[in-house]
Design a protein around this ligand. Structure first.
Ligand code: NAD
Length: 462
């Protein structure tokens, strides 16, 4: 059969359209609703199914979430860097693998029992129901996936209000969680969110009668807002972690650990070293080794230009957050050597680039005359956030003294800050560190309520 020119054109158009449709990225709409109220209603229905599930079944869903997190680690890392402009792909991939491997699951849900003449009493960890979770743009998919594992392990479902600067990445992660549940034979909508996560949507979530618990991961504004909501809140707020180095430390190793910790994902993690307090006796040696590790020392005049660029009258310049050192230097007209990883300078603790939480690889170094002076300065710099602090020392008394004085959820000794997340350190991983409300590093058990279950005068078979 002969085909005329017009028919040929139609065939070509149809084939091209089909190929384009096949090439389109998979729809990332599972769990994403237009309206917040509808999202919460769907999560409530899913939670009813979840509550009846055996723990083994929950664990199957978690295994799938872990696998999908690993399979999509690179996609999520690239997507987050592209969407937010912050951080670096390699470190973000590592963070996804870490959370997939080391976020606790249902093994964290334990029972306490008393058995005796008057029967058997248990304390069980039960689900809250639908948890509201507000997530940051600095670790968007990491927080969503990590929260989902812990919250679902506890028998909850979750409604996410992600940061508007990371909507695409966050929705992609919510979709993966639902795919994981459905493929395991579980319900859809175990994690939900909305197309436009505005402040209005967040307010609806916070006030909703079906949300008994809100977990807020972010800066001081969101934590205060959640803690004022009248609901139970888990407040994972801002930090400004100082790292203290005393004269007994292995100075070369301290320099390496500090620069590695500070530059990880371009300093986005809230636990990362944000400023150094060094005892005068070893400060020069520390700076020498920090330069060997790729630090670039800026002059007083460059400090002033950098301060104006980073801290505008409206606050922290978002275009600087999570950028690498060379990009930051290029913003003030400095062409740094290829190996530059971190910007350093000496200054008083009140210097704005030292006292403010910047989330970029800039480390101000504050000198102290002795350990007591160093502790006083470091405690001041932490601003009472009670979040994270780090120290390099071989003196157990100094370590103990600083640990007590700083009173933070995280205190890493003789290692890079990320050891607290389980990278090169013992312990589980989380991206929600409840500094303000005191739960510390959250895990599945944090997202459960304690229920006393009493059988009177029976079931003790001793
Ligand atoms: P951010 O405070 O700008 O935003 C965090 C989330 O809160 C976003 O979803 C945002 O939309 C929402 N939000 C902000 N203000 C709000 C308000 N008044 N009411 C309701 N919602 C509000 O923070 P960010 O830039 O995305 O993340 C960086 C900050 O988060 C840093 O201060 C960092 O230290 C902190 N952080 C803490 C932890 C932790 O575990 N403690 C983890 C990651 C980040």
């Amino acid at each position: 059969m002969a085909v005329n020119q017009e028919q040929l054109q139609q065939i070509v158009t149809a084939v091209v359209a089909k190929l384009q449709a096949e090439k389109k990225a998979p729809e990332t709409t599972l769990g994403i609703f237009e309206e917040m109220n509808d999202a919460i209603a769907a999560a409530k229905e899913a939670q009813k199914v979840m509550q009846k599930m055996p723990m083994d079944f929950r664990e199957k869903i978690l295994t799938n979430i872990r696998k999908k997190t690993q399979d999509h680690a690179e996609t999520l890392a690239k997507m987050a860097v592209e969407e937010t402009g912050m951080g670096n792909v390699g470190d973000k991939i590592l963070k996804h693998h870490l959370l997939a491997e080391r976020t606790p699951g249902t093994e964290d849900i334990t029972t306490t029992a008393w058995s005796g003449d008057r029967g058997l009493t248990l304390i069980e960890m039960g689900p809250f129901g639908v948890i509201g979770a507000i997530t940051p743009c600095t670790n968007p998919s990491e927080t969503i996936l990590c929260n989902s594992i812990g919250m679902i392990a506890g028998g909850n479902t979750v409604v996410f209000c992600p940061h508007p600067a990371a909507i695409k990445t966050s929705q992609y992660a919510v979709n993966l969680v639902n795919e994981a549940s459905i493929e395991a034979g579980g319900p859809a909508n175990v994690a939900v969110s909305v197309v436009n996560p505005t402040m209005e949507a967040s307010k609806i979530m916070m006030a909703h009668k079906d949300i008994p618990l809100i977990a807020a991961t972010g800066g001081p504004g969101v934590v205060t807002s959640v803690l004022s909501s009248g609901k139970r809140g888990i407040g994972a707020g801002a930090g400004n972690p100082p790292v203290l180095v005393d004269e007994t430390a292995d100075i070369k190793k301290a320099a390496k650990d500090i620069v590695n910790g500070c530059t990880f994902d371009n300093n986005l993690p809230c636990i990362a070293e944000k400023e150094v307090v060094a005892i005068d006796l070893i400060a020069d040696e520390l700076i020498y080794y920090m330069i060997e590790e790729g630090c670039y020392v800026i002059s007083k005049e460059e400090q002033d230009r950098l301060t104006k660029t980073v801290l505008t009258p409206k606050g922290l310049n978002r275009k600087c957050v999570g950028r690498d050192a060379k990009t930051l230097l290029s913003m003030i007209g400095v062409t740094a050597p290829e190996q530059t990883r971190c910007i350093i300078f000496e200054g008083p603790k009140e210097h704005p680039l030292i006292s403010e939480e910047l989330m970029m690889p800039i480390l101000g170094i504050v000198r102290a005359k002795d350990i007591d002076d160093a502790i006083e300065k470091a405690v001041w710099l932490e601003h009472g956030n009670r979040h994270s602090a780090h120290m390099h020392s071989k003196n157990v008394e100094n370590l103990t003294k600083f640990g007590k004085a700083i009173d933070t959820a995280i205190f890493v000794k003789n290692g890079p800050s990320y050891a607290a997340l389980g990278f090169g350190g013992e312990g589980f991983c989380t991206f929600t560190i409840a500094s303000r409300t005191g739960e510390g590093l959250t895990s599945a058990s944090t997202f459960t309520k304690r229920r006393r279950c009493v059988m009177s005068d029976s079931l003790c078979v001793r």
